[in-house]
Design a protein around this ligand. Structure first.
Ligand code: PLP
Length: 408
Protein backbone atom coordinates (compact mmCIF):
# COMPACT_ATOMS: atom_id res chain seq x y z
CA UNK A 1 0.00 0.00 0.00
CA UNK A 2 1.35 3.37 -0.94
CA UNK A 3 1.45 5.54 2.18
CA UNK A 4 1.90 9.25 2.67
CA UNK A 5 4.49 11.16 4.68
CA UNK A 6 2.22 11.72 7.68
CA UNK A 7 4.20 14.76 8.74
CA UNK A 8 2.29 16.60 6.00
CA UNK A 9 -0.83 16.10 8.10
CA UNK A 10 0.75 18.23 10.82
CA UNK A 11 1.03 21.23 8.50
CA UNK A 12 -1.25 24.03 9.46
CA UNK A 13 -3.31 24.71 6.35
CA UNK A 14 -1.60 27.65 4.68
CA UNK A 15 -4.73 29.66 4.48
CA UNK A 16 -3.18 33.13 4.57
CA UNK A 17 -3.04 34.04 0.88
CA UNK A 18 -6.11 31.96 -0.06
CA UNK A 19 -8.12 33.67 2.69
CA UNK A 20 -6.90 37.07 1.46
CA UNK A 21 -7.92 36.16 -2.10
CA UNK A 22 -11.34 35.01 -0.85
CA UNK A 23 -11.95 38.28 1.00
CA UNK A 24 -10.83 40.34 -2.02
CA UNK A 25 -13.18 38.35 -4.30
CA UNK A 26 -16.09 38.89 -1.94
CA UNK A 27 -15.30 42.64 -1.70
CA UNK A 28 -15.19 42.89 -5.51
CA UNK A 29 -18.48 41.02 -5.86
CA UNK A 30 -20.24 43.48 -3.58
CA UNK A 31 -18.36 46.56 -4.89
CA UNK A 32 -18.21 46.03 -8.65
CA UNK A 33 -15.89 48.46 -10.42
CA UNK A 34 -14.24 49.67 -7.19
CA UNK A 35 -10.50 49.84 -7.71
CA UNK A 36 -8.31 47.89 -5.28
CA UNK A 37 -4.68 48.77 -4.50
CA UNK A 38 -2.61 45.73 -3.54
CA UNK A 39 0.14 46.29 -0.99
CA UNK A 40 -0.09 42.75 0.34
CA UNK A 41 1.96 40.06 -1.32
CA UNK A 42 5.68 40.82 -1.60
CA UNK A 43 6.02 40.65 -5.37
CA UNK A 44 7.82 43.33 -7.35
CA UNK A 45 6.10 45.43 -10.02
CA UNK A 46 8.92 47.14 -11.94
CA UNK A 47 10.53 45.60 -15.05
CA UNK A 48 14.01 44.03 -15.11
CA UNK A 49 16.93 46.50 -15.27
CA UNK A 50 18.02 47.35 -18.84
CA UNK A 51 21.49 45.82 -18.31
CA UNK A 52 19.87 42.47 -17.43
CA UNK A 53 17.57 42.58 -20.46
CA UNK A 54 20.50 43.28 -22.76
CA UNK A 55 22.55 40.42 -21.30
CA UNK A 56 19.53 38.13 -21.57
CA UNK A 57 19.11 38.95 -25.29
CA UNK A 58 22.80 38.38 -25.98
CA UNK A 59 22.74 35.04 -24.17
CA UNK A 60 19.67 33.92 -26.13
CA UNK A 61 21.53 34.81 -29.35
CA UNK A 62 24.46 32.68 -28.19
CA UNK A 63 22.06 29.81 -27.55
CA UNK A 64 20.80 30.07 -31.13
CA UNK A 65 24.16 29.23 -32.77
CA UNK A 66 25.84 25.88 -32.54
CA UNK A 67 29.27 27.40 -31.90
CA UNK A 68 28.09 29.26 -28.80
CA UNK A 69 25.18 27.06 -27.68
CA UNK A 70 25.39 25.66 -24.15
CA UNK A 71 23.76 22.56 -22.71
CA UNK A 72 23.95 21.51 -19.08
CA UNK A 73 25.96 24.03 -17.12
CA UNK A 74 27.99 23.52 -13.93
CA UNK A 75 25.66 22.59 -11.03
CA UNK A 76 27.21 25.25 -8.80
CA UNK A 77 26.69 27.95 -11.42
CA UNK A 78 28.91 29.48 -14.10
CA UNK A 79 32.26 30.83 -12.88
CA UNK A 80 31.55 34.29 -14.40
CA UNK A 81 28.60 34.75 -12.01
CA UNK A 82 30.23 33.19 -8.92
CA UNK A 83 33.34 35.35 -9.43
CA UNK A 84 31.26 38.52 -9.74
CA UNK A 85 29.30 37.60 -6.60
CA UNK A 86 32.44 36.91 -4.61
CA UNK A 87 34.07 40.24 -5.56
CA UNK A 88 31.05 42.57 -5.42
CA UNK A 89 28.86 41.09 -2.69
CA UNK A 90 31.54 39.87 -0.28
CA UNK A 91 35.16 40.87 -0.85
CA UNK A 92 34.11 44.51 -1.35
CA UNK A 93 32.72 44.36 2.21
CA UNK A 94 35.78 42.55 3.60
CA UNK A 95 33.82 39.32 3.86
CA UNK A 96 36.12 36.46 2.94
CA UNK A 97 33.99 34.37 0.58
CA UNK A 98 35.54 32.73 -2.49
CA UNK A 99 33.71 31.94 -5.77
CA UNK A 100 34.07 28.26 -4.96
CA UNK A 101 31.91 28.64 -1.84
CA UNK A 102 28.91 29.96 -3.80
CA UNK A 103 26.07 27.80 -5.16
CA UNK A 104 23.90 29.55 -7.75
CA UNK A 105 20.28 28.39 -7.68
CA UNK A 106 16.81 29.22 -8.95
CA UNK A 107 15.56 30.70 -5.70
CA UNK A 108 16.17 31.38 -2.04
CA UNK A 109 12.82 29.75 -1.37
CA UNK A 110 13.97 26.31 -2.53
CA UNK A 111 17.40 26.68 -0.92
CA UNK A 112 16.00 27.73 2.47
CA UNK A 113 13.50 24.88 2.11
CA UNK A 114 15.97 22.19 1.03
CA UNK A 115 18.90 22.92 3.31
CA UNK A 116 17.30 21.19 6.31
CA UNK A 117 17.79 17.82 4.55
CA UNK A 118 21.44 17.94 5.58
CA UNK A 119 20.66 17.71 9.28
CA UNK A 120 19.67 14.99 11.71
CA UNK A 121 16.04 14.32 12.50
CA UNK A 122 16.41 14.93 16.23
CA UNK A 123 18.14 18.32 16.26
CA UNK A 124 16.41 21.28 17.94
CA UNK A 125 15.35 23.92 15.43
CA UNK A 126 14.95 27.58 16.43
CA UNK A 127 12.64 29.64 14.25
CA UNK A 128 11.61 33.30 14.55
CA UNK A 129 8.00 34.25 15.26
CA UNK A 130 6.70 35.98 13.15
CA UNK A 131 8.42 34.26 10.23
CA UNK A 132 8.66 33.68 6.49
CA UNK A 133 6.67 30.39 6.63
CA UNK A 134 9.03 28.27 4.48
CA UNK A 135 11.52 27.65 7.33
CA UNK A 136 8.85 26.25 9.61
CA UNK A 137 6.78 24.28 7.11
CA UNK A 138 9.78 22.46 5.64
CA UNK A 139 10.80 21.32 9.11
CA UNK A 140 7.22 20.18 9.73
CA UNK A 141 7.37 18.13 6.52
CA UNK A 142 10.66 16.62 7.68
CA UNK A 143 9.13 15.59 10.99
CA UNK A 144 11.21 17.78 13.32
CA UNK A 145 8.52 19.92 14.91
CA UNK A 146 6.18 17.71 16.92
CA UNK A 147 2.47 18.42 16.80
CA UNK A 148 0.65 21.72 16.51
CA UNK A 149 -1.29 23.09 19.43
CA UNK A 150 -2.59 26.60 20.04
CA UNK A 151 -0.41 28.29 17.43
CA UNK A 152 2.81 26.45 18.27
CA UNK A 153 4.62 23.22 17.35
CA UNK A 154 5.78 21.38 20.48
CA UNK A 155 9.40 20.70 19.48
CA UNK A 156 10.30 24.08 17.94
CA UNK A 157 12.23 26.75 19.83
CA UNK A 158 10.39 29.96 18.97
CA UNK A 159 12.46 33.13 18.72
CA UNK A 160 9.90 35.80 19.56
CA UNK A 161 10.33 39.09 17.72
CA UNK A 162 8.24 41.75 19.39
CA UNK A 163 8.08 45.50 19.88
CA UNK A 164 9.79 45.01 23.25
CA UNK A 165 12.94 43.58 21.68
CA UNK A 166 12.81 45.78 18.53
CA UNK A 167 11.96 42.62 16.59
CA UNK A 168 15.40 41.12 17.25
CA UNK A 169 14.94 37.92 19.24
CA UNK A 170 16.93 37.17 22.34
CA UNK A 171 19.39 34.28 22.33
CA UNK A 172 17.60 31.02 23.20
CA UNK A 173 17.89 29.78 26.76
CA UNK A 174 17.36 26.18 25.66
CA UNK A 175 19.29 24.00 23.25
CA UNK A 176 19.06 25.20 19.63
CA UNK A 177 21.13 23.40 17.00
CA UNK A 178 19.81 24.98 13.81
CA UNK A 179 18.89 28.67 13.98
CA UNK A 180 17.04 30.56 11.26
CA UNK A 181 17.60 34.33 11.09
CA UNK A 182 16.42 36.78 8.44
CA UNK A 183 17.60 40.41 8.19
CA UNK A 184 16.29 42.75 6.85
CA UNK A 185 13.33 40.76 8.06
CA UNK A 186 10.24 39.53 6.31
CA UNK A 187 7.65 40.34 7.65
CA UNK A 188 8.75 42.86 10.31
CA UNK A 189 11.19 44.91 8.20
CA UNK A 190 13.60 44.94 11.16
CA UNK A 191 17.36 45.08 10.63
CA UNK A 192 20.17 43.90 12.90
CA UNK A 193 23.35 45.71 13.95
CA UNK A 194 26.79 44.12 13.69
CA UNK A 195 27.04 43.93 17.48
CA UNK A 196 23.76 42.05 17.89
CA UNK A 197 24.53 39.75 14.99
CA UNK A 198 27.90 39.02 16.59
CA UNK A 199 26.06 37.78 19.70
CA UNK A 200 24.35 35.18 17.50
CA UNK A 201 27.61 34.15 15.84
CA UNK A 202 29.32 33.83 19.23
CA UNK A 203 26.37 31.82 20.54
CA UNK A 204 26.54 29.44 17.57
CA UNK A 205 30.31 29.07 17.98
CA UNK A 206 30.06 28.33 21.69
CA UNK A 207 27.27 25.77 21.31
CA UNK A 208 28.32 24.12 18.00
CA UNK A 209 25.07 25.32 16.43
CA UNK A 210 24.53 26.49 12.86
CA UNK A 211 22.89 29.75 11.70
CA UNK A 212 20.91 29.87 8.46
CA UNK A 213 21.02 33.56 7.56
CA UNK A 214 18.46 34.71 4.99
CA UNK A 215 19.62 37.99 3.44
CA UNK A 216 17.08 38.10 0.59
CA UNK A 217 16.44 41.81 1.33
CA UNK A 218 20.08 42.85 1.76
CA UNK A 219 19.92 45.26 -1.21
CA UNK A 220 17.49 47.50 0.70
CA UNK A 221 20.08 48.36 3.35
CA UNK A 222 21.10 52.00 3.05
CA UNK A 223 22.49 52.51 6.57
CA UNK A 224 26.22 51.89 6.13
CA UNK A 225 26.63 50.71 9.71
CA UNK A 226 24.40 47.66 9.14
CA UNK A 227 25.85 44.33 7.96
CA UNK A 228 24.78 43.16 4.49
CA UNK A 229 26.20 39.72 5.09
CA UNK A 230 26.69 37.60 8.19
CA UNK A 231 30.27 37.02 6.96
CA UNK A 232 31.06 40.62 7.89
CA UNK A 233 31.04 39.26 11.44
CA UNK A 234 34.24 37.65 12.66
CA UNK A 235 33.96 33.89 13.05
CA UNK A 236 30.74 33.55 11.02
CA UNK A 237 32.42 31.52 8.29
CA UNK A 238 32.53 28.50 10.61
CA UNK A 239 28.92 28.60 11.79
CA UNK A 240 26.70 30.21 9.14
CA UNK A 241 25.17 29.53 5.75
CA UNK A 242 23.81 32.59 3.91
CA UNK A 243 21.00 32.84 1.36
CA UNK A 244 20.71 35.63 -1.20
CA UNK A 245 18.20 36.28 -3.94
CA UNK A 246 17.95 38.49 -7.02
CA UNK A 247 14.15 38.45 -6.72
CA UNK A 248 13.75 41.70 -4.83
CA UNK A 249 17.21 43.05 -5.66
CA UNK A 250 16.63 43.20 -9.40
CA UNK A 251 13.06 42.16 -10.11
CA UNK A 252 13.89 38.46 -10.66
CA UNK A 253 10.78 37.03 -8.94
CA UNK A 254 9.62 35.60 -12.27
CA UNK A 255 13.08 35.15 -13.82
CA UNK A 256 14.41 33.06 -10.89
CA UNK A 257 17.99 33.35 -9.73
CA UNK A 258 19.53 33.28 -6.27
CA UNK A 259 22.53 31.84 -4.50
CA UNK A 260 23.59 30.17 -1.27
CA UNK A 261 26.98 30.52 0.40
CA UNK A 262 28.33 27.49 2.23
CA UNK A 263 31.87 28.32 3.41
CA UNK A 264 34.35 25.47 3.30
CA UNK A 265 35.09 25.99 7.01
CA UNK A 266 31.46 25.41 7.99
CA UNK A 267 31.09 22.08 9.80
CA UNK A 268 28.46 19.82 11.34
CA UNK A 269 28.90 16.67 13.39
CA UNK A 270 27.81 13.05 13.52
CA UNK A 271 26.73 11.30 16.72
CA UNK A 272 30.31 10.51 17.67
CA UNK A 273 31.33 14.15 17.29
CA UNK A 274 33.22 13.68 14.04
CA UNK A 275 33.21 16.79 11.83
CA UNK A 276 31.74 16.94 8.33
CA UNK A 277 32.03 19.71 5.77
CA UNK A 278 28.61 21.22 5.07
CA UNK A 279 30.01 22.54 1.82
CA UNK A 280 30.68 18.97 0.69
CA UNK A 281 27.25 17.77 1.84
CA UNK A 282 25.41 20.61 0.07
CA UNK A 283 27.53 20.04 -3.03
CA UNK A 284 26.56 16.36 -2.93
CA UNK A 285 22.92 17.27 -2.50
CA UNK A 286 22.89 19.83 -5.31
CA UNK A 287 24.81 17.69 -7.79
CA UNK A 288 22.36 14.86 -7.13
CA UNK A 289 19.10 16.80 -7.15
CA UNK A 290 19.67 20.03 -9.09
CA UNK A 291 20.85 20.71 -12.62
CA UNK A 292 21.68 24.39 -12.53
CA UNK A 293 20.12 27.68 -13.58
CA UNK A 294 19.79 28.45 -17.29
CA UNK A 295 22.68 30.22 -19.01
CA UNK A 296 20.65 33.30 -20.11
CA UNK A 297 19.34 33.79 -16.56
CA UNK A 298 22.86 33.61 -15.09
CA UNK A 299 24.08 36.07 -17.74
CA UNK A 300 21.23 38.42 -16.81
CA UNK A 301 22.13 38.07 -13.12
CA UNK A 302 25.83 38.75 -13.77
CA UNK A 303 24.87 41.99 -15.57
CA UNK A 304 23.69 43.34 -12.20
CA UNK A 305 27.36 43.67 -11.26
CA UNK A 306 28.34 45.81 -14.30
CA UNK A 307 28.61 49.58 -13.71
CA UNK A 308 25.28 50.23 -15.49
CA UNK A 309 23.67 47.26 -13.79
CA UNK A 310 24.69 48.49 -10.34
CA UNK A 311 23.31 51.97 -11.03
CA UNK A 312 20.04 50.56 -12.38
CA UNK A 313 19.57 48.25 -9.40
CA UNK A 314 20.24 51.13 -7.01
CA UNK A 315 17.58 53.28 -8.65
CA UNK A 316 15.13 50.35 -8.67
CA UNK A 317 15.57 49.79 -4.95
CA UNK A 318 15.49 53.56 -4.30
CA UNK A 319 12.10 53.63 -5.99
CA UNK A 320 10.63 51.03 -3.63
CA UNK A 321 12.36 52.62 -0.63
CA UNK A 322 10.67 55.94 -1.50
CA UNK A 323 7.34 54.09 -1.37
CA UNK A 324 8.32 52.57 1.98
CA UNK A 325 9.19 55.98 3.44
CA UNK A 326 5.82 57.35 2.30
CA UNK A 327 3.91 54.44 3.87
CA UNK A 328 5.85 54.66 7.13
CA UNK A 329 5.41 58.45 7.40
CA UNK A 330 1.65 58.29 6.81
CA UNK A 331 1.11 55.37 9.17
CA UNK A 332 3.04 57.09 11.94
CA UNK A 333 1.15 60.34 11.32
CA UNK A 334 -2.05 58.36 11.94
CA UNK A 335 -0.69 57.43 15.36
CA UNK A 336 0.32 53.81 14.75
CA UNK A 337 3.65 52.36 15.89
CA UNK A 338 5.51 50.58 13.13
CA UNK A 339 8.80 48.90 12.29
CA UNK A 340 10.60 48.61 8.95
CA UNK A 341 10.16 50.91 5.98
CA UNK A 342 13.80 52.01 6.21
CA UNK A 343 16.45 49.59 4.93
CA UNK A 344 13.50 47.34 4.11
CA UNK A 345 10.50 47.19 1.74
CA UNK A 346 8.11 46.06 4.50
CA UNK A 347 6.29 48.14 7.09
CA UNK A 348 5.04 46.21 10.12
CA UNK A 349 2.21 48.00 11.84
CA UNK A 350 0.83 47.57 15.34
CA UNK A 351 -2.87 47.89 14.54
CA UNK A 352 -3.95 47.97 18.19
CA UNK A 353 -6.65 45.50 17.10
CA UNK A 354 -7.03 42.05 15.56
CA UNK A 355 -4.92 41.52 12.39
CA UNK A 356 -7.85 40.30 10.28
CA UNK A 357 -10.20 43.01 11.55
CA UNK A 358 -7.70 45.67 10.49
CA UNK A 359 -7.22 43.89 7.15
CA UNK A 360 -10.99 44.03 6.61
CA UNK A 361 -11.10 47.69 7.62
CA UNK A 362 -8.45 48.66 5.06
CA UNK A 363 -10.08 46.52 2.37
CA UNK A 364 -13.67 47.58 2.93
CA UNK A 365 -13.14 51.25 3.79
CA UNK A 366 -10.06 52.09 1.70
CA UNK A 367 -9.93 49.37 -1.00
CA UNK A 368 -6.33 48.64 0.06
CA UNK A 369 -4.96 45.12 0.54
CA UNK A 370 -2.32 44.43 3.20
CA UNK A 371 -1.22 41.13 4.82
CA UNK A 372 -2.53 40.19 8.28
CA UNK A 373 0.40 39.61 10.61
CA UNK A 374 -1.34 36.67 12.28
CA UNK A 375 -0.53 34.65 9.14
CA UNK A 376 3.20 34.82 9.99
CA UNK A 377 2.94 33.36 13.50
CA UNK A 378 1.50 33.88 16.93
CA UNK A 379 3.55 37.03 17.59
CA UNK A 380 2.14 38.53 14.38
CA UNK A 381 -1.36 38.74 15.84
CA UNK A 382 -2.42 42.37 16.10
CA UNK A 383 -0.10 43.45 13.26
CA UNK A 384 -0.35 43.89 9.52
CA UNK A 385 2.42 44.03 6.93
CA UNK A 386 2.27 46.63 4.17
CA UNK A 387 4.60 46.08 1.25
CA UNK A 388 6.27 48.89 -0.72
CA UNK A 389 6.22 46.95 -3.99
CA UNK A 390 3.91 49.00 -6.20
CA UNK A 391 3.90 52.22 -8.26
CA UNK A 392 4.58 55.38 -6.26
CA UNK A 393 1.33 57.01 -7.45
CA UNK A 394 -0.64 53.97 -6.28
CA UNK A 395 1.11 53.99 -2.91
CA UNK A 396 0.31 57.71 -2.48
CA UNK A 397 -3.29 57.08 -3.39
CA UNK A 398 -3.50 54.09 -1.03
CA UNK A 399 -2.18 56.21 1.81
CA UNK A 400 -4.69 59.00 0.99
CA UNK A 401 -7.50 56.48 1.10
CA UNK A 402 -6.22 54.96 4.37
CA UNK A 403 -6.03 58.43 5.93
CA UNK A 404 -9.66 59.11 4.98
CA UNK A 405 -10.84 55.64 6.01
CA UNK A 406 -9.30 55.88 9.44
CA UNK A 407 -11.06 59.23 9.75
CA UNK A 408 -8.19 61.37 10.94
N1 PLP B 1 13.44 34.60 1.78
C1 PLP B 1 12.57 35.54 2.18
C2 PLP B 1 12.70 36.09 3.54
C3 PLP B 1 11.55 35.98 1.33
O1 PLP B 1 10.68 36.90 1.75
C4 PLP B 1 11.45 35.43 0.04
C5 PLP B 1 10.39 35.84 -0.89
O2 PLP B 1 9.44 36.48 -0.60
C6 PLP B 1 12.36 34.45 -0.32
C7 PLP B 1 13.35 34.06 0.56
C8 PLP B 1 12.24 33.76 -1.65
O3 PLP B 1 13.08 34.27 -2.59
P1 PLP B 1 13.16 33.66 -4.06
O4 PLP B 1 12.22 34.45 -4.91
O5 PLP B 1 14.61 33.83 -4.43
O6 PLP B 1 12.78 32.22 -4.01
Amino acid sequence: MIRINENYRKLKASYLFSEIAKRIASFQASNPGRDIIKLGIGDVTKALPAACIEAFHQAIDEMSHEGTFRGYGPEKGYAFLREAISVHDFQSRSADISPDEIFVSDGAKCDTANIQELFAQDIRVAIPDPVYPVYLDTNVMAGRTGTYDDGRYGDIVYLESTQDNNYIPELPKEQADLIYLCFPNNPTGATISKDLLKNWVDFARSTNALILFDAAYEAFIRDESLPHSIYEIEGARDVAIEFRSYSKTAGFTGTRCAYTVVPKTCMAYDRSGQKYSLHDLWNRRQTTKFNGVSYPVQKAAAAIYSEEGKAQVTSLIDYYLKNAVCIRREIQALGYACAGGVNSPYIWIDTKSDSWEFFDLLLNEAGVVCTPGAGFGKCGQGYVRISAFNDYEKVEEAMDRIRQALGR
